[in-house]
Design a protein around this ligand. Structure first.
Ligand SMILES: NC(=O)c1ccc[n+]([C@@H]2O[C@H](COP(=O)([O-])OP(=O)(O)OC[C@H]3O[C@@H](n4cnc5c(N)ncnc54)[C@H](OP(=O)(O)O)[C@@H]3O)[C@@H](O)[C@H]2O)c1
Length: 228
């Protein structure tokens, strides 16, 4: 069996698209070298959320020129009435019964190859379900300030990572991590109201401080036929 990898390009402050819902600023520094292309060639299936899938203006364009010509599994509550075009390598399956099912089906389709997972919402579900084997983050040299944050809504988790390797290109640094499978909620470790003891006093941490305002936006990278 291959590995399940959550992999995306991030700004240094953790956004996977900018405040206007665009990916251009992240991808202008993406220059895949032979090592990155070899990693991409290990992909046997892709799982993505419907928002990521819908960034192509024409869903039939996936069969024509998507960079991953492999089975695609799209998580959605509302499969389209007209099934998009497929070809002998790229099939499209709309999955309505959850992330576990999508990953299971993708692993079966990928056989010995890897499964790549795309989308922030879907990526967060993958981490919460403890289904990610690897995490691949490519850092673009930019601080975006706003946008869709990849590691949002994960306050209940602590996930240890083990660095596997880094890939450097002229402008980006890509880090591959193994996701350690032990999972502990912070609540299991320490009672919430006693996280920061100072002398005899306990100060509760305000978990709501994190910025939850994210915009759903349409990224550009996946195909040239994007709405950007
Ligand atoms: N930087 C990069 O490398 C990169 C690459 C790809 C994408 N992106 C970014 O990722 C963002 C998209 O991520 P996102 O978090 O907005 O959305 P997403 O994860 O792509 O898709 C979320 C949608 O998928 C469907 N869905 C998710 N979980 C489901 C479940 N368990 N059951 C059924 N349907 C489910 C829902 O759509 P429905 O219920 O409406 O069908 C949900 O609204 C875009 O902003 C894009 O820019 C970045």
């Amino acid at each position: 069996m291959g590995r399940v990898c959550l992999g995306m390009i991030l700004s240094v402050d953790g956004y996977i698209s900018d405040r206007d819902g665009k990916l251009g600023k992240l991808y202008e520094s993406f220059e895949p070298n032979e090592v990155i292309q070899a990693e991409m060639a290990k992909t046997g299936a892709v799982v993505m959320g419907r928002n990521t899938f819908d960034m192509s203006e024409d869903p039939d364009a996936y069969a024509d020129d998507y960079e991953f010509q492999v089975p695609l599994f799209i998580l959605t509550h509302h499969p389209p009435a007209n099934h998009p075009k497929e070809n002998e390598n790229l099939t499209i399956t709309f999955v309505t019964d959850g992330i576990e099912s999508a990953v299971h089906q993708a692993k079966q389709a990928a056989k010995e190859k890897d499964v790549v997972v795309l989308g922030a919402d879907v990526g967060q579900q993958l981490l919460k379900a403890n289904l990610a084997d690897d995490l691949q983050v490519a850092f673009a040299p930019i601080i975006l300030g706003q946008g869709v944050r990849l590691f949002d809504h994960l306050e209940e988790l602590e996930i240890r990572l083990e660095k596997l390797r880094t890939i450097e290109t002229a402008k980006q640094v890509e880090i591959w991590y193994r996701v350690m499978k032990e999972k502990k909620t912070t609540a299991e470790q320490v009672p919430l109201n006693s996280r920061v003891p100072v002398f005899n006093y306990c100060f509760p941490i305000n978990l709501e401080k994190n910025n939850r305002k994210t915009k759903h936006i349409i990224p550009k990278r996946i195909t040239p036929h994007c709405k950007e």
